[in-house]
Each structure stands twice: as structure tokens, then as C-alpha cells.
Design a protein around this ligand. Structure first.
Ligand code: ASN
Ligand code: ZN
Ligand code: CA
Length: 331
């Protein structure tokens, strides 16, 4: 018999947050009994496959909000997992990453000065490094949502990690990582279309969806060589499409940051809002896309998804066609 409780977490990036914990041992375990039993472990700076050590606590108050307490990063990771679970369940009725009610688990403090975070479908688990010269600990909301969305993709369309499908795979993670950040609606990390702005030590960001090419590697517009790029760069086409469909063209301040959408041919677009754009993306991902979907096929799948959800001839369906045209894909 497990007893679910509410603990207090002092996070690295979000101030004080509420966490679902479980009574056990001499106190509490960082196990979320409301969300499949998602547990958070300390990888103890190892790069082995071991789970590490489950975080436990005597008074159910976790971390001190700084990196000097090893629990602080665990608070952000556990909270990010909870927000990701809630986003998918509340928005799409998806019951966990594989839609079967099963929790993943998270590991923090992986390796030494490890500058990445990753999902691994074989352990059904999430791993976060502490960062080094480039990044702070990689436990930000958009990163958590990005990485766990790789699990959603693996358990739905199964997009390959190469060619156009690789870009769509990465873009799907940026789209829903961003949607998780918006859904958390936290004043300390407000929603925006930047990826990794919370963890970049130089105060910038890792990728941006309104103008992907601003990172120096990603592409804004589709052509026949897009699929030759690293998935983190070919994702630019999908990220740009999502931004244009959600927000349209023109300058906007979102989450306190300047954004500016421009189509590839200079035409103006009006967005349908991020919730509708995400619904279209999710239906395409889970209904029409496969492991080898190309960008033109992705556009067709999204137009069909928009017809299913909003009707042929709807504003949303017309906007989907226009937004894809805005990134040089003709559905
Ligand atoms: N953080 C990276 C990503 O999710 C890890 C990787 O390269 N697969 O894209
Ligand atoms: Zn990724
Ligand atoms: Ca962000």
C-alpha cells in the first residue's frame, strides 16, 4: 500500500513548486503516485546504465533551490515529468508517454559536466546532465517536454532519426516541449518559442521556432536537401511551420521575448493559436505519420488532420495549407 502525499520542492528554475511524493522508508520517496509512479533517481555522476539512487527525504521538503543541494535538480526533473504527463493527459487524453498508464523514470546528475539530456526508449527513461561551460543543469521545462516527447514519437509515428523524418522527429519534440512550457504557465519560465533559454549560460537559447536559421545551422524553408541535415537543423522547417500556423507573421512579444515570423515568400499569415496548431500536429503524429514520413507527406497528414478536427474549408484547415506554403511545402 502506498500513501501519496504533497511535498514542497525548491527548484533550480521555478522557485517553490508542489510535488506529489510517496511515503515510505523513514520518510518520503520522490515517486509520483498520481502519475504512474514516476520516480526520480540520482545517477551519482556516473555514465553507466544503472538507475542510480532513488531520491528520499525525511521531511518532504526537497532541495534548496541551488546546485549545492543535489535534490534541487531532481525537483525540476520531477516537476517537468509531472507537467509533461499532465499536458498529454489533459490535452489529448494520452495516458503517459506510451498511452498505457506506465510511468517513465528520471535520472539527474548523469556524468560529469555532461552538456545534454536524452530520452532512451529501451529503459523508458529520461536522463539529465549537469551542464558545463555551455549549459546549466539541463532540467528546464522545455527540455523535459522535448525529451519525453521523443518517447511519445517512438510510441506513435515512430519517425526515423534521419532524412526528413529525423527533422520531423526533432521538431515534434520542440513543438511539444514548448507546449509543456506554455501549459506550466510559470512566471519564472513563461512560455515562448525559444528552446533552452532557461539553461543557456550566455543568456541566449539553443533553438528558436519563429526564425530557426538564427542559430546558424537550422533551416527555415524546405528544399530537396533539407533531409541531408542533422535532425536538430532539419527540424527548422517543422518548427517554423508550427510558429507560423500558431502565431502568424509579424513581430510579437511572447513570454517577455521578441518573436518575429516571416514566411519564405514574404506573404502575411494569421495564426490559429498554439492549441489548435498543436492539436493538428498531434493528430497527424498519432494518425497519419509513419517512420519514413517526408515533409511534403507531413503537410498532407496535417491538412487531413485539420479536416478531421475542424472540417474541410475551416479557417484552421485553410491556415494549415497556407502555413506549409509559407515554409515552401505545397500540400
Ligand atoms: N538532447 C538531444 C535531443 O533530444 C539528445 C540527442 O541528440 N538525441 O535531441
Ligand atoms: Zn531531441
Ligand atoms: Ca522555452
Amino acid at each position: 500500500l502506498v500513501k501519496t502525499d504533497t511535498g514542497t520542492g525548491n527548484s533550480l528554475y521555478l522557485g517553490s513548486v508542489s510535488l506529489t511524493t510517496t511515503a515510505g522508508g523513514d520518510g518520503w520517496n520522490l515517486v509520483d503516485g498520481d502519475r504512474g509512479g514516476h520516480a526520480t533517481y540520482d545517477a551519482n555522476n556516473s555514465e553507466s546504465d544503472a538507475k542510480g539512487t532513488l531520491f528520499t527525504d525525511a521531511d518532504n521538503t526537497w532541495g534548496d533551490g541551488t546546485t549545492s543541494d543535489r535534490q534541487s535538480a531532481a525537483v525540476d526533473a520531477a516537476y517537468g515529468a509531472a507537467k509533461t504527463w499532465d499536458y498529454y493527459l489533459d490535452t489529448f487524453g494520452r495516458n503517459g508517454i506510451a498511452d498505457d498508464g506506465q510511468a517513465a523514470y528520471s535520472r539527474v546528475h548523469y556524468g560529469n559536466s555532461y552538456e545534454n539530456a536524452f530520452w532512451d526508449d529501451s529503459c523508458f527513461c529520461m536522463t539529465y546532465g549537469d551542464g558545463g561551460s555551455t549549459f546549466k543543469p539541463l532540467v528546464a521545462l522545455d527540455v523535459a517536454g522535448h525529451e519525453m516527447t521523443h518517447g511519445v514519437t517512438a510510441n506513435s509515428a515512430g519517425l526515423d532519426y534521419s532524412g526528413d523524418a529525423g527533422g520531423l522527429n526533432e521538431s515534434t519534440s520542440d513543438v511539444f516541449g514548448t507546449m509543456v512550457e506554455f501549459s506550466a504557465n510559470d512566471a519564472n519560465d513563461p512560455g515562448d518559442y525559444l528552446i533552452g533559454e532557461t539553461i543557456a549560460k550566455d543568456g541566449t537559447w539553443l533553438r528558436r521556432m519563429d526564425d530557426p536559421s538564427a542559430d546558424g545551422g537550422s533551416v527555415n524553408c524546405y528544399d530537396s536537401s533539407t533531409g541531408d541535415l542533422d535532425p536538430h537543423y532539419s527540424s527548422g522547417v517543422g518548427n517554423h511551420l508550427f510558429y507560423l500556423l500558431a502565431e502568424g507573421t509579424g513581430a510579437k512579444t511572447i513570454g517577455g521575448k521578441a518573436h518575429d515570423g516571416e514566411t519564405c515568400d514574404g506573404t502575411s499569415l494569421t495564426g490559429i493559436g498554439r492549441d489548435a496548431a498543436a492539436a493538428i500536429w498531434y493528430r497527424a503524429l498519432t494518425t497519419y505519420w509513419t517512420s519514413t514520413t517526408t515533409y511534403p507527406e507531413a503537410a498532407d497528414g496535417q491538412v487531413q488532420a485539420a479536416k478531421d478536427l475542424y472540417g474541410a474549408g475551416s479557417t484552421e484547415c485553410e491556415a494549415t495549407v497556407s502555413a506549409w506554403s509559407g515554409v515552401d511545402v505545397t500540400p
